[in-house]
Design a protein around this ligand. Structure first.
Ligand code: PHE
Length: 340
């Protein structure tokens, strides 16, 4: 009797296990077979009615069925889990070759974008790009540029000193002497980078950017400087740009000039960007003072040079019609989105 019941219970459970499609069903079968009122449990209770001499045999059989069913359940469970995992892997598959949705395209900040453009233009003209330290010595920032301690022209650059001899560079001209000391002429370099002065209003920021240019060669003249700057300005602002050279003063260049371009917004008619003048001041330049060449170990009888220094923030503001320099440093996403 009991044995028949055991056989049919086993057969039923095995059938159920084969048919089960989910972990839920597996757990239900487990309950139905091994639970408190499960079939095996009640069959075990039925042992009381089995003749004592039959008990060991029947007991062993029940155990056999228990082990077999447990194993079958275990197997099925592994099978189902594997199938579930495969399904998940398949549905969550990412196609890494699919092109990205073009929506979140970023934009370069106006400053690095201007640096890139100017570097491209200058590299095409044969310049190589160099870098210099932002924390600089008084020597390279001033003295090697023919600005001795206590020279009045230091007043034009309200400098952040770290101690008597270390400062945050107030001009990229500091790289001029560094390069002249290590490079053999002839050479042409540009150096873009951050510069620092204690200045703050709508057109000045304590951190700003310059791009220094330096050409050292035999027989370099003001004519070369003017033609080089004309090419750079026209490439940057367009062929119809008018360029104006004015005499100026820098201790490290002699003679010195300042360079203006016709306002690209009003084309010289006068507007708010150029404050009605039609022209915009853009950079300082000049023929390298022979004293500067000599201090850096270059023979001033044989070599001459010219140098120029761009204000990059101003250039970025002009090219993108930005009214206040502070926008460049506010890190406002809405501003950057307009720069695309
Ligand atoms: N360093 C100067 C400035 O910051 C600009 C300059 C560079 C002028 C090179 C002449 C030559 O005002």
């Amino acid at each position: 009797m009991l044995l028949d019941e055991l056989k049919s219970a086993q057969a039923q459970a095995e059938q159920d296990i084969v048919a089960a499609q989910s972990m839920k069903e597996i757990n239900e079968i487990r309950g139905k077979v091994f639970g408190k009122s499960g079939i095996l449990t009640s069959l075990s209770r039925g042992m009381r009615d089995v003749a004592p001499e039959e008990r060991p045999k029947v007991g062993a059989l029940i155990n056999e069925v228990r082990t077999a069913l447990e194993a079958a359940l275990e197997d099925k469970q592994t099978q189902l889990e594997q199938a579930e995992l495969n399904l998940k892997l398949e549905s969550e598959q990412i196609d890494i070759t699919e092109p990205a949705q073009g929506k979140c395209k970023g934009a370069l900040h106006p400053i690095p974008s201007v640096i890139d453009r100017l570097c491209d233009i200058c590299v095409e003209l044969g310049f190589s790009v160099v870098e210099g330290p932002e924390v600089e010595s008084d020597y390279y920032n001033f003295e090697a540029m023919n600005i001795p301690k206590n020279h009045p022209s230091r007043d034009m650059q309200d400098t952040f000193f770290i101690n008597d001899n270390i400062l945050l560079r107030s001009q990229t001209s500091a790289v001029q002497a560094r390069e002249m000391e290590v490079k053999k002429p002839p050479f042409k370099i540009i150096c873009p980078g951050k510069t620092y002065r204690n200045d703050s209003d709508s057109t000045h920021s304590p951190v700003f950017h310059q791009l220094e240019g330096l050409v050292i060669d035999e027989n370099v003249s003001m004519a070369d400087l003017k033609s080089m700057l004309t090419i750079i300005m026209k490439r940057l602002y367009g062929d119809d740009t008018v360029i104006r050279f004015r005499p100026s003063f820098f201790p490290f260049t002699e003679p010195s000039i300042e360079v203006d371009v016709s306002c690209p917004t009003c084309h010289g008619k006068g507007c708010s960007l150029c404050k009605g003048t039609g022209m915009l001041e853009l950079l300082g330049a000049g023929i390298v003072n022979p004293k500067v060449l000599e201090m850096s170990g270059i023979d001033s009888k044989k070599y001459r040079g010219f140098a120029f220094g761009f204000g990059l923030d101003r250039t970025a503001m002009i090219l993108n019609s930005i009214g206040n320099i502070k926008y460049l440093y506010k890190n406002d996403k809405r501003f950057l989105e307009q720069m695309k």
